[in-house]
Design a protein around this ligand. Structure first.
Ligand SMILES: [Zn+2]
Length: 276
């Protein structure tokens, strides 16, 4: 009797245990989204055969680099026939969805699209939430710092080429800010008015280069912190200070807020890390 009721309990509960175990497993797995395609203009099948792998590979490369984005990415495709480059314009929009808008000249071949930084840059933006136009230096600095690493991950360029391209851009930005008496965040209205986009994009990247270098000294790295952040906290909607506090907590450091404070008081930008 006792045995039989025990075995009955086992039989009844076995599927329940299995379900609980499955639920725990699913909860421990990162939520992963997909690309949702919106062909806003007519693209031939052949053109789509170039464009789909380009963006799918870039999305996958980003996710290998920092972990899965916990949402679908809506990709809106527009034509820019006759443009002198594969992607003359692209931007992100975050209202009800995480969306990327690409304006492309589909006459370019797959290799030209893969060698272009725009997709790696735009997908990188999605790792962080929208932080407002006043903090564009932070958002653009982030996407700029990330883009060449994502291109390495997709196989488009190698590490040495990524370093070369990033270094060239950062050196120019640092030189452009050398005689400035105000910090990069304070300088933003003027830089925007003068359309000095590369200066604040790559000046902002200095923040991430410094943070990444400091994390590496502690046997961590920016992608490692971002991976933990994507899993726990990406769906929150913080302002910039709340975001850096979260990144501090996730990395178990005070680096992100300390470096932000330094960016806000240093004329131009703080020095690039040694060895850069
Ligand atoms: Zn951008």
């Amino acid at each position: 009797m006792e045995f039989s009721s025990l075995s009955k309990l086992k039989v009844t509960c076995a599927p329940l245990f299995a379900l609980v175990a499955l639920a725990q497993l699913l909860l421990s797995l990162p939520v992963q989204g997909a690309i949702v395609w919106h062909w806003e203009e007519d693209f031939t099948e052949l053109e789509q055969e170039t464009l789909v792998p380009w963006l799918t590979d870039t999305h996958s490369a980003l996710e290998r680099f920092v972990g899965p984005l916990p949402f679908d990415v809506h990709v809106y495709m527009h034509r820019r026939d006759g443009a002198d480059q594969p992607v003359p314009w692209a931007n992100t929009r975050r209202n009800n969805e995480q969306a990327l808008y690409f304006y492309v000249n589909p006459e370019f071949d797959r290799a030209s699209f893969m060698d272009d930084w725009t997709a790696a840059h735009e997908f990188s933006h999605l790792v962080l939430p929208y932080l407002g136009s006043a903090n564009a230096w932070f958002a653009e600095g982030f996407a700029s710092y990330m883009q060449h690493s994502v291109m390495v991950e997709s196989g488009a360029i190698d590490d040495a080429e990524a370093f070369r391209r990033r270094d060239l851009k950062m050196k120019k930005a640092v030189a452009a800010l050398a005689d400035t008496t105000v910090s990069l965040p304070e300088n933003m209205p003027d830089l925007k008015a003068r359309r000095s986009y590369p200066t604040f994009y790559w000046g902002g990247a200095v923040y991430f280069e410094r943070v990444d270098a400091a994390l590496k000294q502690q046997d961590s790295s920016l992608p490692q912190v971002l991976s933990a952040y994507l899993q726990c906290c990406r769906m929150h909607r913080p302002d910039l200070d709340a975001l850096v506090s979260t990144l501090d907590r996730v990395s178990d450091t005070s680096l992100f807020s300390r470096e932000l404070a330094l960016m806000r008081i240093t004329p131009g930008v703080p020095a690039r890390p040694l060895g850069s």
